[in-house]
Design a protein around this ligand. Structure first.
Ligand SMILES: NC(=O)c1ccc[n+]([C@@H]2O[C@H](COP(=O)([O-])OP(=O)(O)OC[C@H]3O[C@@H](n4cnc5c(N)ncnc54)[C@H](O)[C@@H]3O)[C@@H](O)[C@H]2O)c1
Length: 316
C-alpha cells in the first residue's frame, strides 16, 4: 500500500482517487475549487455503488470504507506531504500546470513521483529541473474505474526506475499500462481518436451523413470486432494484401487537418454541448447526467464482464 495524492478533483481526479483507493492505496484528494472538492465524495460513492452492484468490488468497500480510503482536504501541502506518488489531474492549461509543479517541487517528498494525467501537453519543460527525474505522464481514460488503459510516457530526464514503479503499481491494480520509450504526443489511443474525429467532422460538415449514420456504422461494424481483435489482428484477418491494395486504390483523399468544424461550432452555439446539457448530437430527454452516466457505466460493466469471459484471440 502506498500513500497517493491526487491534485485536481474534477471529472478525472475524483475518479482516479477512487481507482487508487480500490487498488489498495491510501489516497488524499485536493482541488483549489472548494465546490468541486465538496462534490467529489458523492461522485465517488455513486461510481462505487455501480461497481458494487455489478459485483466488481466486494460489499465491504462501502461509503464508510470510502470516507477513510480517500480523504478530501483543501490544503495542497497536506495532501502531498509524504505521498509516494502525486497524481496531477488539474485543468489542461500549461500555465496552471507549470505553477503547480513549481509548488510541488518544494512540497513533495524528495523521492516522490509526479504522475501527470495530461491529455495533450508535453509537460516535461514545465516541470522544474529538480523534479524532472521523478516526473512521468500516466494518462488514463474516462471513466478510469472502467477503462483499464494507462499510457506511461517518460520525459527526456525521467529515471527508468520511476517509470517501472508506476507501471508495476497500475499493473498490480489490474490496469493495462502501455509503456512508451519516450514522449509520444497524443499516445496511441488519442491519436487514433483524433484521426477518426477528422473524418467524422468532414463527413458531417460536408453534409454527407447524419450523426446516427456514423454511430450505426461504428456500432454495427467497427465496434463488434475491435474488442476481440483490436486493429492490427483485424488486419491479419482481413489479409494484408487487401490492406495494401486499399491504400493504393483509395478513391478519396484523407481529411486535411482543420482546427474547427462548422457542425461542432453550430451545436455549441446552440447550447448543445453534450450529456451535461441534456443534448448534443442527440437529445437525451429530461434524464439527469447522473442517470445517464449510471446507465453508461452499467452497460460498459456488463460488456467488460462479457469480454472477460470471452477473452481475446488466442495467441494475441
Ligand atoms: N476529461 C477527460 O476525459 C480526460 C481524460 C484523460 C485525461 N484528462 C486530463 O486530466 C486533466 C484534468 O481533466 P478533467 O477533465 O478532470 O478537468 P476538470 O476541469 O474536470 O478538473 C480539473 C480540476 O482541476 C482543478 N484545479 C485547477 N488548478 C488547480 C490547482 N492549482 N490545484 C488544485 N486543483 C486545481 C479545477 O478546480 C478542476 O476541478 C487534464 O490534464 C486533462 O487533459 C482528461
Amino acid at each position: 500500500m502506498a500513500e497517493v495524492a491526487v491534485v485536481g478533483a474534477g471529472l478525472m481526479g475524483h475518479a482516479l482517487a477512487l481507482v487508487f483507493a480500490l487498488g489498495g492505496h491510501q489516497v488524499r484528494l485536493t482541488d483549489n475549487n472548494p465546490d468541486t472538492l465538496g462534490r467529489a465524495p458523492e461522485l465517488m460513492a455513486t461510481a462505487l455503488a455501480t461497481l458494487a452492484e455489478a459485483g466488481e468490488v466486494d460489499a465491504a468497500k462501502n461509503r464508510q470504507w470510502l470516507s477513510t480510503a480517500v480523504r478530501c482536504m483543501p490544503s495542497l501541502a497536506e495532501t502531498v506531504q509524504n505521498a509516494a506518488v502525486v497524481i496531477e489531474a488539474v485543468v489542461e492549461r500549461p500555465d496552471v500546470k507549470k505553477a503547480l509543479y513549481g509548488q510541488l517541487e518544494t512540497l513533495m517528498a524528495p523521492d516522490a513521483i509526479l504522475a501527470s494525467n495530461t491529455s495533450n501537453l508535453d509537460i516535461f519543460p514545465l516541470v522544474p529541473p529538480g523534479l524532472r527525474t521523478r516526473a512521468i505522464i500516466a494518462h488514463w481514460y474516462t471513466p478510469p474505474y472502467l477503462c483499464d488503459l494507462v499510457d506511461l510516457c517518460p520525459g527526456p530526464s525521467t529515471d527508468p526506475a520511476a517509470v517501472e514503479t508506476v507501471r508495476a503499481m497500475v499493473a498490480a491494480m489490474g490496469k493495462a499500462p502501455v509503456v512508451f520509450k519516450q514522449m509520444v504526443q497524443g499516445y496511441v489511443a488519442n491519436r487514433l481518436q483524433a484521426a477518426m474525429q477528422l473524418e467524422v467532422y468532414r463527413l458531417l460538415d460536408e453534409g454527407l451523413v447524419t450523426p446516427k449514420d456514423i454511430d450505426d456504422s461504428v456500432l454495427h461494424g467497427l465496434a463488434l470486432r475491435i474488442p476481440i481483435l483490436g486493429i492490427m489482428a483485424k488486419a491479419d484477418f482481413t489479409g494484408l494484401l487487401l490492406m495494401q491494395q486499399g491504400m493504393k486504390n483509395r478513391s478519396y483523399a484523407p481529411p486535411v487537418p482543420r482546427d474547427h468544424s462548422e457542425t461542432l461550432d453550430r451545436l455549441i452555439a446552440e447550447g448543445r454541448t453534450g450529456v451535461m446539457a441534456g443534448k448534443g448530437y442527440f437529445d437525451w430527454g429530461d434524464r439527469s447526467p447522473e442517470e445517464l452516466f449510471r446507465e453508461r457505466d452499467r452497460k460498459l460493466l456488463a460488456l467488460k464482464q462479457a469480454l472477460r469471459r470471452i477473452g481475446p484471440m488466442e495467441g494475441k
